[in-house]
Ligand binder design. Sequence first.
Ligand SMILES: Nc1ncnc2c1ncn2[C@@H]1O[C@H](COP(=O)(O)OP(=O)(O)OP(=O)(O)O)[C@@H](O)[C@H]1O
Length: 310
Amino acid sequence: MPMVEVAQVTKKYDGGFEALKGVDLAIEEGEILALLGPNGAGKTTLISIICGLVTPSGGDIRVGGHDVITGYRESRRLVGLVPQEINLEPFEKVLNTVRFSRGLFGLKRDDALIEDVLRRLSLWDKRNTPIRELSGGMKRRVLIAKALSHEPRVLFLDEPTAGVDVELRRDMWEIVADLKARGTTIILTTHYIEEAEAIADRIGVINHGRILLVEEKQSLMTRLGRKELRISLDAPLSALPAVLQGRGLELEEDGHMLVHSYDSTAERSGIARLMADLAAEGIAVRDVSTRQSSLEEIFVSMVHGSEDAA
Ligand SMILES: Nc1ncnc2c1ncn2[C@@H]1O[C@H](COP(=O)(O)OP(=O)(O)OP(=O)(O)O)[C@@H](O)[C@H]1O
């Protein structure tokens, strides 16, 4: 049974805006799913519905087998949500803030557990510091500590690294990796393809309230990735010789670099023939390298494709 099951979920906000138009999604226990999508795609709406904070207009949502509406208490108990906005009480101290969050779930106080959570997030030394004296990065850690205070099995992170510096982003990724190692299922939304590429097992792309695809990260990158063969030449060419024209080849770097783009999954890449033709033309090759398109390029072309179709 998937840990999170979303079937045919729709959401029409008051005012008539359709934020979700029939979303299906299944998330297995222990995996990290990154939901990628531009502003307004429906990411926050979707995770708010799964966490029981927004009522869907239609469809079925289950967490750990519990319906998020009829089994709200059970499903809510299983999820932790790290929101996008920092919504902390400025004068409260770190330890009390996190303890209080656990209390909201009606759970018994557990100081050892809270200490463990705070230590893992490097917040233990700050436990008696009021929130307002913390840096932005520390506040984000407090949000995570709060979300973990009731030992959720699924953690939602809504744009965990929006607007944070590179170092903090890497820290966040380490925290996520540690949670995964402990068996937590993680769903994060992000604008940063780099983030999905770094930490996700699977990637879902959402735009205009529809899921465009959900796929294993590796297979997505291989399937949609264009590969480039970059051939560095001994002597620059002023133009492509006639025999090389019309084959998707381009000259770059003032004629010093010949670039051949090809589909890495195609049966014939044309590389052998290209090298033979270069030799026959007397064009000496200095070096050869390959480059695969990043998830960023894949994503941009996919979202643009969906916009053209809409
Ligand atoms: N309470 C609301 N009432 C009306 N419309 C809303 C409400 N909340 C969100 N929307 C609209 O629904 C759409 C989806 O919003 P949502 O916050 O889910 O997108 P998102 O993918 O999380 O975007 P972002 O990356 O900017 O956070 C947006 O067009 C937004 O304006």
